[in-house]
Design a protein around this ligand. Structure first.
Ligand SMILES: Cc1cc2nc3c(=O)[nH]c(=O)nc-3n(C[C@H](O)[C@H](O)[C@H](O)COP(=O)(O)OP(=O)(O)OC[C@H]3O[C@@H](n4cnc5c(N)ncnc54)[C@H](O)[C@@H]3O)c2cc1C
Length: 469
């Protein structure tokens, strides 16, 4: 048997269950060396922001604990993968380096370089899918071009065979006995001074925390998700986004768990024994279906980024490069501090600054305010979110911002300018969310008058359509 060690390179797949690269390595029979490369290229604009680094540090520590318990301690190395992996493979005489693929364009380029160097040194490489339900390579619209709209994309995905069942965690790993020499904590430069505020929401970064969150959501909320998801004052959504982003739980695990809840509900309907549906929903599968559709948006975001790798910087619709964006530092600062005078926007920004998370409905309203009421480029808002969200994710954040700004695929129609006051009335009618977050700090005078700002935005969009700007 080949006794040369197998290196498992962890990135945003910080879990031991449903981890195909890890399970493959365990099956080889040779010693397994799990590695996390904690360094970033100096010029990498997509290094995690401060909230993301806070999360990452804890997630890596949780992974290290799980791996140590399985028998193969995690080696955390301070440099980039390109610097560290070939050197480590050489030092250990590794036969193979394996990892799970990511879809971000810059990551794919770096991966190809790492693989090239390793293979040149005679080390085999092998990659797996752990992060998506439906990989984006072979999926195209009837025209032969990539999908640019969610509904046909998702309909096509759902016509494919179901995603594979999640894989078990390895029962045991044969480590290399690197023992006390192995560092399992993140180097200082990867740390962050960000801390979540004391708001009652407790984040548990790491695989056990992700599993627990999913379980709680399935018990309390999935059956009524379709109605609860639009109410920012309640815990109607899963809050799984940071866990999914860092791969502490995989989409196949979530998919399967939700399907199981659905099956149980259907069995209950046919008169077979099953617990009553939580929340008393009339159709117990409606919430689950609505939730799986949101996982579909996550797939769509990854798909769009894969096929249009320029979109974190430039508009998906090229005509938007002519949009008359404004330079408005004072407006940006007021928005970022939650001091626009529009309570729902301000409450959302305060939730973001405190929890590192914001409800989806409020993300849309806050993003619309920045891009349409203030005409500030969506890239500036996306950058701010990147720094402050614990779930900052290049695919989802880019799609969310471009969709709201009108420049993205399947975007909100250009004439749809969210009215922050009406949105508050509809989705937070009792003002509970606003009171919790914006409290008394909101200045009474709005920084722009929405009706006037809307007319200005519509004129700008109209000019774009007419080719005048
Ligand atoms: C301007 C803007 C920026 C955003 N930035 C991010 C980001 O950086 N990271 C991020 O994960 N999501 C982002 N979203 C999407 C969405 O707001 C969050 O995924 C969601 O609020 C996370 O909360 P949850 O886990 O409770 O979601 P749930 O409603 O419980 O949904 C379950 C999962 O589905 C996925 N999902 C849900 N909605 C979307 C969506 N619209 N697009 C893509 N995936 C979705 C997420 O992985 C989420 O965890 C953004 C949306 C907007 C409008």
């Amino acid at each position: 048997m080949d006794e040369r060690p197998v290196i498992v390179w962890f990135r945003r797949d910080l879990r031991v269950a449903d981890n195909p690269a890890l399970l493959h390595a365990a099956g080889v029979g040779a010693p397994v060396v799990p590695v996390y490369a904690a360094g970033w290229e100096r010029d990498d604009p997509w290094r995690p922001g401060s909230a993301g680094r806070w999360w990452l540090e804890r997630s890596v520590a949780a992974l290290a604990e799980s791996l140590a318990a399985l028998g193969a301690p995690l080696l955390v190395l301070p440099g980039t993968a390109e610097q560290e992996l070939p050197a480590l493979a050489g030092r250990l005489g590794a036969g193979e380096v394996v990892w799970n693929r990511l879809l971000e364009p810059n990551v794919r380029v770096a991966d190809a370089r790492v693989a090239e160097v390793l293979e040149r040194d005679g080390v085999a490489t092998r990659t797996f899918n752990a992060g998506s339900l439906f990989e984006p390579e072979g999926l195209f619209a009837r025209s032969g071009r990539p999908f640019a709209q969610f509904t046909p994309f998702w309909r096509t995905c759902l016509s494919l065979p179901d995603p594979e069942a999640p894989l078990p965690a390895p029962a045991r790993l044969r480590g290399l006995g690197l023992g006390g020499g192995a560092a399992a904590s993140m180097p200082d430069q990867a740390g962050s001074s960000w801390r979540p505020g004391d708001t009652g929401v407790v984040w548990y970064p790491g695989e056990p925390g992700g599993g627990q969150r999913l379980g709680e959501f399935l018990d309390c909320c999935v059956a009524v998700y379709h109605s609860g998801r639009e109410v920012p004052a309640i815990d109607g959504t899963s809050r799984l986004s940071p866990h999914l982003h860092f791969g502490e739980i995989g989409p196949r695990q979530v998919w399967e768990a939700v399907r199981r809840v659905e099956e149980k509900a259907w069995r209950g309907r046919r008169g077979l024994p099953a617990d009553p549906p939580p929340g008393g929903a009339a159709d117990p599968t409606e919430g689950a279906e609505s939730f799986l559709r949101q996982l579909g948006w996550r797939e769509f975001a990854q798909y769009i980024l894969f096929h249009s790798p320029w979109i974190p910087e430039a508009p998906f619709r090229p005509e938007f490069s002519r949009f008359p964006w404004q330079d408005d530092p004072a407006g940006f600062d007021a928005w970022a501090a939650g001091e626009t005078g529009y309570p729902l926007v301000d409450a959302g920004m305060k939730q973001l600054l405190t929890e590192g998370w914001m409800h989806n409905r409020v993300r849309m309203v806050a993003a619309s305010f920045l891009t349409k009421d203030l005409l500030i480029p969506w890239q500036e808002g996306a950058g701010f979110f990147w720094e402050h969200l614990v779930d900052a994710d290049l695919a989802n954040n880019t799609l969310g911002w471009q969709w709201t700004a009108g420049s993205g695929p399947d975007a909100a129609p250009y004439f749809r300018v969210f009215n922050p006051a009406l949105q508050a009335g509809r989705y937070d009618p009792a003002g509970e969310y606003v009171r919790r977050w914006a409290g008394p700090h909101t200045p009474s005078r709005p920084i722009v008058e929405h009706d006037r700002a809307r007319v200005r935005a519509l004129a700008a969009f109209h000019g774009l359509r007419e080719g005048r700007s």
